[in-house]
Design a protein around this ligand. Structure first.
Ligand SMILES: [Zn+2]
Length: 330
């Protein structure tokens, strides 16, 4: 996905051979395809996380004057891309993954006036509404603390973002989880930027806190390993292991775990509406898997919205699902 502003071609979380610069909003792998490109625009936290994950040192360029990076509230270092088009006299903001609720391990989102918003469509459905973060967090803390009386509790999570959030949530009630190598490596980057996470990074190191939890402990592993780790912990410690996930998709799917918490790092539909209202965006373009559906729901809510594909603002049509004809820039 790319856009052309004032004659400059900018790749947005994508690898585009013709792009003069490539914006990487954050370090989740579906957004870092341009990590090896020249002239990367990314936060220093994102560059560090990419290096820790892949060994790639991104060629981060000096920021052009017309561009600003705004916090997106999603994970450490996640940014929105804000650009002022002098030719069009318009401000354009691309959100990347974003949320309006405040995570314990990411900066709160910065909302700035914009004329055009290009919005992530991870959660397009108006009926999906995330509960207040404090409620989900305290339910999770209560569950873990209670179950640790007699059992091992194991969460599966993304290695970047959700795992660190789970560590922080557990730390807040005095629990120090054991995490796997991948999560430890990325949590070290979080700590380098002052997040202050307390964790053990090898199964076997849990002696450090077993005394306080009567021989049990909490653990976090990457999602694909959850079943294997559950089995090996259960065999090794001869205790029941309870598994859990913490993801916004818990609002939509039933996971094969003992418990699931709808803790999301994305905006739901109501947060998207709030974003549009707070930024004053007059035209909205959606992108991602459900972008056309999301645009339709936004139009139903009275927003001038279309699905973003590829193109040049003010030069060529950019919408696959065109915005109803009104006076605009397209
Ligand atoms: Zn993400």
């Amino acid at each position: 996905m790319a856009l052309i502003v004032d004659g400059k071609s900018i790749a947005l979380d994508a690898k585009e051979a013709s792009a003069e610069m490539s914006f990487i909003s954050h370090a989740h792998s579906d957004h870092t395809r341009a990590a090896k490109a020249s002239n990367v625009i990314a936060s220093i936290e994102t560059a560090e996380l990419i290096k820790a994950k892949t060994g790639i040192e991104a060629d981060v360029m000096q920021m052009p004057k017309s561009v600003q990076l705004l916090d997106a509230g999603h994970i450490l270092g996640s940014k929105q891309f804000f650009i002022r088009s002098e030719e069009l006299g318009l401000d354009i903001t691309y959100t990347g993954d974003y949320q309006l609720q405040e995570s314990a391990v990411a900066n709160r989102i910065q909302l700035r006036h914009t004329d055009i918003a290009i919005l992530d469509s991870t959660y397009p459905y108006p009926k999906i509404k995330f509960d207040p973060r404090e409620e989900v967090t305290s339910a999770l803390q209560k569950y873990v603390a209670e179950k640790l009386e007699h059992r091992i509790v194991l969460f599966g999570a993304y290695a970047t973002g959700k795992a660190q959030e789970l560590i922080s949530i557990m730390n807040d009630v005095g629990i120090v989880p054991v995490v796997d190598r991948e999560i430890a490596k990325l949590s070290a980057v979080y700590n380098k930027f002052g997040v202050g996470l307390d964790y053990c990074y090898r199964y076997g190191d849990e002696a450090r806190f077993r005394e306080s939890t009567r021989g049990t402990f909490a653990a976090i592993t990457i999602m694909p390993r959850i079943d294997a780790v559950k089995e090996s912990l259960s065999e090794k410690y001869r205790k029941r292991v309870l598994s859990g996930v913490a993801t916004g998709f818990a609002k939509i799917f039933r996971f094969k775990t003992d418990v699931q918490f709808a803790l999301s790092d994305h905006a739901d539909f109501s947060q998207a509406l709030q974003y549009i209202e707070d930024t004053g965006a007059k035209e909205v373009y959606t992108y991602g898997g459900s972008s056309e559906l999301f645009a339709r729901y936004l139009r139903n809510a009275g927003i001038r919205a279309g699905s973003f594909r590829h193109g040049s603002f003010g030069v060529a049509p950019v919408v696959a699902n065109p915005i109803p004809k009104q006076k605009g820039i397209f």
